[in-house]
Ligand binder design. Structure first.
Ligand SMILES: [Cu+2]
Length: 91
């Protein structure tokens, strides 16, 4: 299993780049530090996980599609969440 720590804070992600191999099982520990944020990836992965401020959530998925997929925060509480961008790269 490939494990990644992603923190959403001050309208950015760190790590903003997650690089794995096809068929890896990927575990993300996602913390929203300042306010609530989400970790969202559109099709084909269709992941959307929301963490409340100060909380960490853990989830897993199988990286079964190759390509480069943006991840972002889809919450609308603050306009600046739109600036939050990262990339999932599956080779
Ligand atoms: Cu956000």
């Amino acid at each position: 299993m490939r494990e990644f720590v992603v923190v959403g804070d001050d309208f950015a992600f760190a790590h903003a780049r997650i690089e794995v191999q096809k068929d890896d099982l990927v575990q993300i520990k996602f913390t929203a530090k300042d306010i609530a944020h989400s970790f969202t990836v559109d099709a084909p992965y269709r992941i959307s996980k929301r963490a409340s401020n100060g909380h960490t959530i853990v989830f897993e998925f199988r990286a079964d599609e190759t390509g480069r997929f943006p991840f972002y925060c889809n919450l609308t509480q603050d306009e600046r969440c739109k600036k939050m961008k990262g990339e999932l790269i599956v080779r």
